[in-house]
Structures are given as C-alpha cells and as structure tokens.
Design a protein around this ligand. Structure first.
Ligand code: GAL
Length: 641
C-alpha cells in the first residue's frame, strides 16, 4: 500500500513547496493528490490560463520521487463562471438557489455546466495527461457532498421529464406504473410532471423514488463525461473518484463501474457522530471511531471498484465539519492505516498536508500545523510507513466467507415509504455487518447483481426488491441465506408484489408476509429468553416445510427456516441477531466466536490483524510481528498464521 497526502500548493507561498515535497518523501509518502479545487487559480479569467504554478508544483513533486493524483477542479466553479452562467447553479428541494461562496454549487442536470466541466477537464488532461508523475486522475470531488445530488433547477425538471419519457415510454404507462389513479394524480403528458417537493402532504412515493433514480443517473452522466475525456487524453492512468462515508444518494456501484478504482474519504471520528449508533457507543468510541464503520466502507468501496479501491482522504486529527470534533486517541491514526491495509487498499493518503490558517477548514488538522511544524499524527504516519516497509509485499486479501448484499435502491425505497420513522436500509446493513464481524466472520459487501458463487453465507439485511436474477443466484449458489424483514417487499415500480412479500425468496422458503407493523422508540416485543424486537414486526404465514425457530410471546413467529434459507420477521436486538447469524454460519461450516464489542480481526492471506477499539489492553495467544502483546487501547497487532 502506497502512502500519500492531499497537497494544496496554491494555498501557500511557493517558497514552501520544495521543502514540502522533500519532507513528504522523507516521511515515507509516495504520492500527492492535488488540483481538485484549483480552478480559479488555473483559469483566473475566462479563457486566460495560469498553468505555470501547477507545472512547477507537479515537477517539484516528480523531482522528489512523488507520484501525482490530479483532480479535475469541477467541484468549485469559479465566480466569473457563475456570474456569466447563473443557470448552472443548483436549487434545493425548497426551490432556493444554492449560491456561490462555498463549493458544489453546480447542478448535475445543467448542460451548460457539463460543457464547462468537460472543457476544463480536457484542458487539464491535455496539459498533464502524459506527465510522467501523473499516475491517476480524480474526477471532481465527493459527488453529492453537502446534499448536492438532488437539485430542483429548471434544468433538473426538464431533464427529469425527458428521463421519465425514456423510462416509461408513454404517459399512460407512467400513470399505471406509479398507480396514479390514487388521489386523481394522473398526468396527461410528461411535461406536466413536476419535482416531488412542496406538496401539501407527502408526495407520491414512486415519484420520489424515480426522482432519486433520475438524480443518480445525472451523477453518472456527469462522471462519464469526464472519464471519457481523461481516458482519451491520459491513457494508462487510473481514473478514480472520492466517495464519501454514510452517503447513499446516488448509485455508487454504477459510478464505480465507470472508474478504474473506487476511492473514499475516511473520517472515522467525524462520521461517528453522524452514524446510526447509540449514545453509549458514541461516547465509547469518541476517539477511535466505531469498530465497524470504517470496515463497512472499505468493503463497500472494494465492491464499487470491483476489487480495486483506495482511501484518498484519511483523517489525521480533529476535523472541522462535525457537530463536535474530538481528537483521535493516541494510536488511532496508525490503527486506521492498518485497517486499510487489512482490507486491501492499494493506496491511502491523508487529508491534508498542512492545516490552513484561513477559510472554512481552518480548524481542520493536517499532518503539519499551520506553523509548519509536525502535527500530532506525524509520528503515527511514520510508524505506519516503517511497519509497511518491514512487512514487505502483502498477500492478496481474497474472498470473505460471507457476502452482505447492500444496494442503493433499497435505501431509496425504504426512505420513499418508511412506514416507521427510523426505518433505514443503510443502518440495518451496518448493524448486520457489525453482528457478523463481531462473530469473527470475514464479510464482503456486494451489490445485488454480484456473483455469489463461493460464499458460504449470504446476508440480505433489507433487500427491498429481489429480482429474478438475484432470486436465481440465491437459489443456485448453495450458500446459507439469511434475509431480514422487508426483503422482497416491493416491485421495481414500487408496488406491493402480487404474491405478497418476500417476493423472490419463495422458492427457498414458503412463507407469506400478511401484515407489517412499525413500533415507536422505547417499545419492544419479547421473544421469550431469545431476545426482543424493536421498530418493525411482520405477521408471517408459514407454509409446509418451514420451521419456526423462535417466536414472540404473543404467538407470532419471528425466525423461520427452511433448509438453508432463514427469514427474520422482525428487527431483533443485537444479541439475538448475532445468535441467528452464528447459527446460520455454523450450519454453513464457518467457525464463529464472539469477539466482544471492541475487538475485530481481519485476515489478509496468512496475515492476521487485530484491532483494539476498546479502552483496555487485549492479550494475544501469539507474539505479533507488528505491535505489542498485550495490544493497548487503539492498538493493532499483526501476526502470521
Ligand atoms: C472531505 C472533502 C475535502 C475536505 C475534507 C475535510 O469531505 O473531500 O475537500 O473538505 O472533507 O475533512
């Protein structure tokens, strides 16, 4: 794994640059990511270019032996462009214009902006596409950050109407697909369809779902346009985009398929406060981040990159953008680095080289303080670099035992018609992932169209649509299958399936979901000594050949099994979820053991990596080659099996 850093030479006096790149190389860094916000310094006026500074920065990096990942600067259209073309600006769900003065103010649906983005990307690609230091291109920066996937600009509305016409063919088909006889919502032409916001009460859920699909397609269109230019002008270089954590507003698998490598921006402590965790866990993991959040995203982005993924931004200290911004525990920065190693990242770079004294991110830590002295993370970066050098070439990670199916459509579908305020397909997937990892299982997150061959256990925490392809692969793969509530509960047009849920699973387990209920916080239903149900419960009718493994005290079945397929009719507590996963895993021939809340173990070839997210030391049965025994809080140990 190559280490690097995000470098912003345009924000600093040029007199610092030479020592910057030399100190990077001396620290063990091998690459810089640059350029992704530099448009106003590259093209200070329309058509007038100042390439000199960027040429010199790239050449300096090259001379110091650093590779360059170059960003296209399209996340920050400059003021002159906005003034000349105000129609490129996005509008929020409330119709408000999203003005200049921060970033990501453009609308994905704007053809005018698309042309401008292509123009500046082509100029950059032409200038640096063949530079020997440039090994990769990053398109734009964090699509969707600051809630920018959905826009309600005129361009977006017009684009949506065209997209609807293409998808549904004629308006009668649209009326039928959405079921618009309900409340007299029929349309007479696609031109009459508006954005699904600002309605008296909730707008039609299928309308909102299609709006989200359209918005996602616009991100794909925007990215594809840059990818095509970069491929043509800079052949042989990897094309990447930096995805975010806890973010589901567009189909990352679809954008990932356009790229060579999926990268993501990992801020374990920043995300902790925003994640679906209890107050107790937020306190417990205040300075390390949650034990499974980073691993979840590593695995997800490995799937998005079809095996190839990097961490392109890594938290080095307190960030500026969370509600509160605690500092990492001693050791946590190194721990996060090893976690990326464990999951098979090809590269990892810290955000950012030096803390900026001005601007929105002046309170965000870097590897250096604003006075250019090493910041607290420096020593841990050096330790990671030394450890990697000591280990030498790393074995491939290989396929995990269990696959967890996660898709973006399911998140949108549940959000379009939650039926219970806290229903959330991402949070559910994360809870299942945590349960499986705590049992010591290796978990690959995979899309619903993934090849499932070779997995012993397949988890479907909340797969709302189970299409024919997935149904066939589940039947054919031979794995033990565990599906959670709401699986197979809608068609792709967002209707309740005619056969009733779980549509797509019925060949594996002969059950019918006859009724569902959601439950407010604080209410739980007892399932004897087995555990409790909160949030969601289904009344399931079981046909022949189905065992009821656990039930509620009120008589309803909860855990159903037929052969190698299990169905869970309610949202169960963590302990019961672990018990059920352990049961299915053991039946599939997998070894499981409860590691407790704080310790996680990953396998990479013959390497075993143990991470201690807790507050007490952990004893090892072996002497590690990296780390010490016992493993201290926020510590890592690595050994060979
Ligand atoms: C990321 C973003 C960076 C920077 C960073 C701060 O979301 O890509 O540009 O803002 O957060 O943590």
């Amino acid at each position: 794994m190559k280490l690097g850093v995000c470098w912003y030479p345009e924000q600093w006096p040029e007199t610092l640059w030479a020592s910057d790149v030399q100190r990077m190389a001396a620290l063990g860094l091998r690459f810089v990511r640059i350029g992704e916000f530099a448009w106003s310094r590259i093209e200070p006026e329309p058509g007038r270019f100042d390439w000199g500074w960027l040429d010199r920065a790239v050449d300096l990096a090259h001379a110091a032996g650093l590779q360059v990942v170059m960003g296209t600067p399209t996340a920050t259209p400059p003021k002159w462009l906005v003034d000349a073309h105000p129609e490129i600006l996005a509008r929020g769900r409330d119709g408000q214009l999203r003005g200049f003065g921060s970033r990501r103010h453009y609308c994905f649906s704007s053809d005018v902006y698309l042309e401008q983005a292509k123009r500046i990307s082509a100029l950059m690609a032409a200038r640096y596409g063949q530079h020997p230091a440039v090994v990769a291109w990053q398109t734009d920066n964090e699509y969707g950050c600051h809630d920018t996937v959905v826009s309600t600009s005129d361009a977006a509305k017009a684009g949506f109407r065209r997209w609807l016409a293409q998808r549904h063919g004629d308006v009668a088909t649209l009326n039928a697909a959405w079921g618009l006889a309900f409340w007299s919502q029929d349309y007479r032409s696609f031109d009459a369809v508006d954005a699904p916001f600002g309605t008296v009460t909730e707008s039609h859920p299928a309308h909102r779902l299609d709006w989200q699909r359209y918005s996602s397609a616009m991100v794909e269109r925007f990215n594809a346009a840059q990818v095509a230019i970069l491929r043509a002008e800079s052949p042989g270089r990897d094309i990447v985009h930096n995805f975010m954590g806890l973010f589901t507003e567009f189909d990352h698998y679809a954008v990932g398929r356009q790229l060579d490598v999926a990268t993501w921006d990992s801020y374990p402590i920043g995300f902790l406060g925003q994640g679906p965790f209890s107050a107790a866990d937020k306190a417990r993991y205040l300075r390390t981040g949650h034990p499974d959040l980073t691993a979840f995203h590593h695995s997800l982005y490995r799937a998005c990159g079809q095996g190839r993924w990097w961490v392109i931004e890594q938290q080095p200290g307190p960030v500026n953008w969370a509600a509160w911004n605690p500092a990492p525990a001693k050791g946590a920065v190194e721990l996060w680095g090893w976690e990326a190693v464990a999951h098979g990242a090809e590269r990892m770079s810290w955000f950012r080289w030096r803390q900026a004294p001005t601007g929105q991110e002046a309170m965000h830590a870097g590897l250096n303080r604003p006075d250019n002295q090493p910041a607290a993370a420096w020593g841990e970066v050096a330790a990671l670099a030394a450890g990697l050098a000591q280990l030498g070439p790393l074995p491939p990670r290989g396929r995990a035992d269990a696959a967890l199916i996660f898709d973006y459509e399911s998140v949108w579908q549940v959000a379009s018609q939650p039926q219970g305020r806290d229903q959330d397909a991402l949070a559910t997937a994360m809870a299942w992932h945590t349960a499986a990892r705590r049992l010591g299982l290796g978990v690959d997150i995979v899309p619903p169209d993934a090849d499932l061959a070779g997995y012993k256990l397949v988890l479907l925490p909340m797969q709302v649509v189970v299409d024919d392809g997935l149904a066939q692969r589940l039947a054919a793969c031979g794995a033990h299958v565990l599906a959670g509530p709401r699986t197979g509960s809608k068609t792709r047009d967002f209707a309740i399936p005619a056969c009733l849920p779980p549509d797509g699973l019925k060949a594996l387990i002969n059950i019918t979901v006859a009724r569902v209920e959601s439950l407010p916080p604080g209410i739980s239903l007892a399932a004897g000594n087995a555990g409790r149900v909160t949030g969601w419960m289904e009344d399931v009718e079981a046909g022949s050949g189905v065992d009821i493994r656990a039930g509620l005290d009120d008589g309803r079945g909860l855990w159903f099994q037929a052969g190698r397929c299990h169905y869970l009719a309610g949202q169960v507590d963590d302990g019961l979820l672990r018990r059920i996963i352990a049961d299915a895993a053991a039946a599939a021939g997998l070894a499981v053991a409860d590691l407790g809340p704080d310790v996680r173990v990953e396998r990479r070839g013959d390497l075993r990596l143990l991470f201690n997210y807790g507050h007490t030391p952990v004893d090892l049965p072996v002497s590690p080659i990296i780390g010490v025994n016992p493993v201290p809080p926020a510590g890592v140990a690595i050994w060979k099996e």
